[in-house]
Design a protein around this ligand. Structure first.
Ligand code: ADP
Ligand code: MG
Ligand code: ZN
Length: 480
């Protein structure tokens, strides 16, 4: 993947790539759906078990806005540096599809809850600003399950309305993104911010669904719908660049259309020509009053946590750690909290190295979250390392053992005999090895550097690997 992006980079600029994203974020940390009281914790239950007349769109049923959904949306809007509208209005977006039982989706149109914001991301050469056009609230449609896996092959389709009416916030960027890699970074950053706000559990399937719009050289854009992963977005966009570029080179024209990303094959296929706003016959949803939210924003602003960028800056100045460490430690709120607990008790720089460079790698490798390792254990481990009680190699072994088998650092160190051998013991071993191996000593004196390695090996054997290799080497050379 990485190589592919690198190879593409030279002509990305030349062909003027513009990418804009529309991200549907499920506010799945709410207790209930957006317009009814149906509970959201349906993921472990059977299909169509969390429904009512409202989210099934039965005639005569009336929607009531979920106050918390509005609050969460304002929270996200503020975190994305948006302005919050004086008042916000819901609309009916009319289209027929079986996942939409009313025949229209309740969404927003000209008075979205939030507009004109931005997120800064790491661009190809330094920080770049991606503008947010707006964020608007809407209801999630039901979920279609095509038996047989794909819409082309299946004989029939099942519908699950558990998802129908879940609160969505659709976040729309300006076309400020210049490469598939930037798109992925934007999505990662957005996920980090949403994680800090605690309004969405991004580990749940379908919690962040992306539509990616892309055009080259000022031509028409194509829109790739419903991409479910950030890596998928990057791949779909790379494919679109190659497809559009080849089309243009052959003298063809990119038509404005909606495409579908086939994740398994890594290609996009045409679904339909792009519909225009007037096709949807938007009109105000008369069953929901216009909401005056101007007075809500200041109070909600006070509840915003410190966000990733600000926290990263504070980590750099307060703990004197590197920018890379600060970035790695603040991307997830739980990791940042973990780091601060540890840094309060031990050397913050050493803690940064062991959490960002070692622990996070071992967790990723095992597909585990930070909660798999206790912060008290990290404190204990860093103390052992800072006190020179164990080698760095043993430190890594301690982390691996705890993740795979459990226990605390002190327990693992005792069970595996990882305490560095006391210096008397090491000195004795060095002296023994020198007197037992006169041949090797002579070789060294005759200029054969490798002889030291042999002697070191013998000392390590005698001390069962608990001596510090660098130290042993120094001691041997001093004596011969
Ligand atoms: P529509 O009303 O047709 O959905 P919007 O103006 O709402 O169009 O834009 C939808 C998305 O398309 C936004 O994310 C926007 O950034 C993106 N977009 C608009 N123009 C272009 C373009 N020329 N190239 C790539 N993306 C674009
Ligand atoms: Mg749109
Ligand atoms: Zn319901």
């Amino acid at each position: 993947m990485r190589e592919e992006s690198l190879k593409l980079r030279p002509y990305l600029d030349e062909v003027g790539v513009m990418i804009g994203l529309e991200i549907h974020v499920q506010l799945n940390k709410l207790n209930t759906k957006i317009f009814c009281g149906c509970p959201l914790d349906y993921h472990d239950d059977g299909p169509n078990t969390h429904t009512c007349p409202v989210c099934l769109g039965l005639p005569g049923s009336l929607p009531v806005i979920n106050r918390k959904a509005v609050e969460y949306s304002i929270k996200v809007g503020l975190a994305l540096n948006c302005s919050i509208e004086e008042h916000t209005q819901f609309y009916r977006k009319n289209y027929y599809y079986p996942d939409l039982p009313k025949g229209f989706q309740i969404t927003q149109y000209d008075y979205p809850i939030a507009s004109s914001g931005y997120i800064n991301i790491e661009g190809e050469d330094g920080e770049v600003r991606i503008r947010i056009n707006r964020a608007h609230m809407e209801e999630d449609p039901g979920r279609l399950v095509h038996e047989g896996g794909s819409i082309e092959r299946s004989k029939y389709t099942l519908i699950d309305y558990n998802r129908s009416g879940v609160a969505l916030l659709e976040i729309v960027t300006e076309p400020d993104i210049r490469s598939p890699k930037e798109a992925r970074r934007f999505l990662d950053k957005l996920r980090n911010i949403l994680g800090y706000l605690d309004v969405v559990d991004t580990t749940l399937e379908g919690s962040m669904r992306v539509d990616a719009n892309i055009s080259l050289s000022g031509g028409s854009r194509s829109e790739v719908k419903n991409i479910s992963s950030h890596k998928g977005a990057e791949r779909a966009l790379l494919f679109e660049i190659v497809r559009q570029k080849n089309l243009l080179r052959r003298g063809g024209k990119v038509v404005q259309e909606t495409r579908h990303f086939d994740e398994a094959r890594g290609v996009t296929v045409s679904l339909r020509t792009k519909e225009e706003a007037h096709d949807y016959r938007y009109f105000p949803e008369a069953d929901l009053v216009s909401l005056r939210v101007a007075d809500w924003a200041p109070g909600i602003a006070k509840t915003l946590p410190e966000l990733p960028d600000a926290r990263r800056q504070r980590f750099i100045t307060h703990y004197s750690i590197t920018d890379d460490h600060a970035k790695s430690l603040t991307s997830e709120k739980q990791v940042a909290d973990f780091y601060e607990q540890v840094a309060a008790e031990v050397d913050p720089k050493l803690a940064a190295v062991w959490i960002a460079d070692v622990l996070k790698g071992e967790l990723n490798y095992r597909d585990l979250g930070i909660d798999a390792f206790a912060s008290a254990s990290m404190v204990q481990l860093v103390k052992l390392l800072a006190g020179d009680k164990i080698t760095e190699q043993s430190g890594v072994e301690v982390i691996r053992t705890i993740l795979d088998e459990g226990g605390t650092p002190d327990e693992v160190v005792a069970a595996k005999g990882l305490l560095k051998a006391g210096s008397d013991l090491v000195t004795a071993a060095v002296e023994e090895v020198i007197s037992e191996n006169p041949g090797a000593v002579e070789d060294y004196q005759n200029g054969k550097q490798e002889a030291v390695n042999f002697l070191m090996g013998q000392v390590m054997k005698k001390t069962k690997g608990r001596a510090d290799a660098k130290e042993v080497r120094k001691m041997i050379i001093q004596r011969i």
